[in-house]
Every structure is written in C-alpha cells, then in structure tokens.
Write a protein that binds this ligand. Structure first.
Ligand code: AMP
Ligand code: GLY
Length: 423
C-alpha cells in the first residue's frame, strides 16, 4: 500500500514509525513531516492545512490510505475531500471532527446526554460574558470554542483573571474567530487522564491508558502547553473506571452524534479529570494525542495499518488489538521560552547516543534538517520515548537518553510520570 501521513509533530513521527513496521506498506509519504520522519518516509513539502494541494498530491500519487494526524485539517474537512476524490482516509469527517473544533457544540451534546463534564455557560457577547464572570466568586476556566492550537483554554484563579482572559479572547481576539464563541466553565480539580479509542460505525475500542503532562513546570505547575511528556499505562484508571468512562462518556457521545446523522470513524480522545465526583470530560479531540501517541505506539503490537483499514470499513469488531504489558515513558524536550515565543535554528547534538539507549526512540517534533545538521524548528522539539519492564526502568532509560541530547536553551521537565512513581 502507498500511504500518505499528514502532519509534522511528534505524534506523526510515532505514527510513521509504527506504520513503517507494517508489511503491507510499499511506500510512505509524510506531508510535511520533520527531520525524524524523513528517515522513515519521503517528506513532501505540503502544508497540513492545504487541503487542495494535499488532495491533488494524494490522487496523483495513487495513495491507498491517507492518515490525518492533526485536528486542523480534520476540522477543515480533509477526510471528506480525500474520500470524495476516491482516496481512503483515516480520520473523522468534518461533521464528526466538530466534536473538537467546536467546544460549544460538544458541550451541548454532552449536556443533552448527561455526559459528566464541568458546568458551563456559552457566550457570544463580551459584555454578557463579563457580567456573568463578575457575578461568580470562584475560579473559572475560559475557553475559546474554536481551534486555537491548544492554547485557547485559560484557567483563572478568580473572576478578575477571568475577565482579563475574556478580554484577550473576545476583545483583543488573540485566537481570531476561534474566540467568537466562548465557554465559561467551572474549574474542576483532580488528576487528568487521556482515554483514546478507535471508533467506527459499530464498535468503540478503548486503547491502553495514558497520561499527559500539560503544564510547563514540574509538579504540573505553570501555563499549559501541548504536552511536556506522557506515559502509559497509568495506574490512575482501573478496569472499572475505564468501563465507567466507556459507558458514561463514549457510548452516549457517539450515540448523540449518530442522532445528528454523524458516523464517527477514527480516533476519539476524551481528556478527563478524575474529580471527587467521578471522571468528567474536559474536552474531546478528534485524533490521536500528542505526546500520548508516542508511548502508545511503542506498546502497540498489532499492525496499525490493519486497524486503520478496519475502522474505515466498519470492521473494527473483527480486529484484535494486542498491547505490550510493559511501560513506556515519553519526555518532551522543548525550546526555552515555550509555550511562549522561542527561537529556532539551534543545532541539536547527541541524537545518535540517545537512540543507542536500549528500547528507546527519539521521536522528532519541531526539527528540521539543514545540511548535515538537525536544528530546532518549533516549541516542542523532541519526544524521547522508552520502553521498560516497569515504569521505573522506562523512565530511567528515557532520561538517560534525554541527557545525551543538547541544544541551546533546551528545556524538559524532570518529573514526567511522577504520579506513577511507586506504581
Ligand atoms: P482542553 O483543551 O479543554 O483540554 O483544556 C486544556 C487544559 O486546560 C486541560 O488539559 C486542563 O488542564 C485544563 N482545563 C480545561 N478545562 C478545565 C476545567 N473545567 N477545570 C480545570 N482545568 C481545566
Ligand atoms: N496531549 C494533548 C493533546 O493531544 O491534545
């Protein structure tokens, strides 16, 4: 099969690594890819958001399967356009991807089906939102309803901070039209977990558990990022809780979409907070998580291409997914300044030494090749991911590899998986 993988992050490098292991693959393209995917795939310089160019390329190259990594092209309808042009695409269509692209719609669906989630009010006018926030006396979370590169959620300690956040989103329009509609949500507390599932017309298959660390600082402090590291499995969810999440979250939300004539096919990701009142949904994503995919792909033994094809054909129930029982840890190395602006173009050294650590893969995210060098090209630069017999071994290997790598102003958290220590 000729496969086109769309995206350029750590998630896509991990997907490319896994797809490449499938005996069914004759050629793998990655558009646009990064300096890591180029060792596994032929990188093609097409922007992931350029739907027309992507469809043209897929048709010209007789692509058998297009795998769409990031949310922006999914929400823009890339899967629909590919399918219309006769190219099989893995990832939900535009109507289904709205579950991530429109948080107000997602919240209404959840509310309608009593899916456990934070209480929220939806606003389109700054004045109304401000009046409401000013009347509250507790912490609030202000969310731009549209896609904002993972930055559109601002957790505020008090109403005054909430009003500042509303101003940023609705007046200064920091996230553009993504902030036309805003949610004001109660702040929930508790550990966060990511539950990802493969979904087709008939079946929901919940994957192994993973936990992401979103805040930039150790101990989960400071501003949120796209994710500073992840590990799998996480002891935070036992079988009973997973079944509860399937029953109370996945089944009703898929069903709610079905009543709107939407068939969800792809990966559905529920970001959950384990509150004292049980698991509650923070958000849905219409794709694999980044960096959760990195440890998950290292644990998946089944051929991913086979699973993706089964999802497209509504045959997921026929596939058995086999996971390694071992632990995996991914540590993200970011550029100094991230999640704010950071400088790019710093030369990265030590990648080979890092890759020589047993059962360790250095997944690239924001990297670029310049001549013989690999240089930084983004906020999150690398996701150093290791397997181990247990969590402690995986973590020791990941950090041993991290310590081989250097570039100017490199930053990583030293505590990835701290909640799993001792588990
Ligand atoms: P989201 O993109 O909606 O997942 O939000 C990004 C991050 O913001 C989440 O991973 C949480 O850390 C935080 N967050 C979102 N909603 C809430 C909430 N209601 N209470 C507390 N934190 C939240
Ligand atoms: N790891 C968070 C996300 O993929 O959205």
């Amino acid at each position: 099969m000729r496969i086109l993988l769309i995206g350029s992050g750590g998630r896509e490098h991990a997907l490319a690594w896994k797809i490449r292991q499938s005996p069914t693959v004759s050629h793998l393209y990655c558009a646009p890819g990064n300096a890591g995917t180029e060792s596994l795939a032929e990188n093609v310089p097409i922007d992931a958001a350029d739907v027309r160019a992507m469809v043209r390329f897929a048709v010209e190259q007789r692509i058998d399967l297009a795998v769409i990594g990031p949310e922006d092209p999914l929400v823009a309808g890339l899967a629909d356009e590919l399918m219309a042009a006769g190219v099989r695409a893995f990832g939900p269509d535009k109507a289904a991807a709205r579950i991530e692209g429109d948080k107000a719609w997602a919240k209404e669906l959840m509310r309608h089906r009593s899916v456990p989630t934070g209480e929220a009010r939806i606003f389109t006018k700054f004045r109304d939102a401000r009046t409401y926030v000013a009347s509250r006396d507790s912490a609030v979370v202000i969310k731009a309803a549209g896609l904002a590169k993972g930055k559109g959620v601002i957790v505020c300690e008090d109403p005054a901070a909430g009003i500042l956040a509303l101003e940023r989103i609705m007046v200064q329009r920091e996230f553009g039209p993504a902030g036309d509609v805003v949610l004001v949500e109660e702040r929930l507390t508790g550990p966060e977990v990511s539950v990802l599932a493969f979904v087709d017309r008939h079946t929901i298959y919940i994957m192994e558990t993973a936990q992401d660390h979103k805040p930039i600082g150790e101990g989960d402090t400071g501003p949120n990022t796209g994710g500073m590291g992840a590990y799998s499995p996480t002891g935070l969810l036992n079988d009973a809780l997973i079944r509860q999440v399937e029953r109370e979250v996945f089944v009703p939300i898929i069903d709610a979409m079905r009543t709107c004539d939407i068939v969800y096919r792809g990966v559905l990701y529920a970001g959950l907070m384990l509150t004292a009142g049980g698991p509650k949904v923070l958000e849905f994503n219409c794709r694999f998580g980044d960096p959760e995919t990195q440890p998950l792909m290292m644990r998946l033994r089944t051929d991913l291409v086979e699973v993706m094809n089964a999802v497209i054909d509504d045959r997921l129930e026929e596939v058995t997914l086999d996971w390694s029982p071992r632990a995996s840890v991914c540590v993200v190395i970011a550029s100094g300044g991230y999640p704010g602006p950071c400088e790019h173009g710093r030369r990265i050294t030590g990648l080979e030494a890092a890759a020589a650590v047993p059962e360790t893969v250095v997944f690239h995210a924001g990297t670029r090749r310049v001549g013989a060098d690999i240089v930084t090209a983004g906020g999150r630069v690398l996701g150093v991911t290791a397997l181990g017999d247990d969590f402690a071994q995986a973590r020791e290997r990941a950090y041993r590899a991290v310590d081989c790598i250097s570039f100017q102003r490199a930053y990583c958290r030293r505590d990835i998986g701290f909640r799993a220590v001792g588990s």
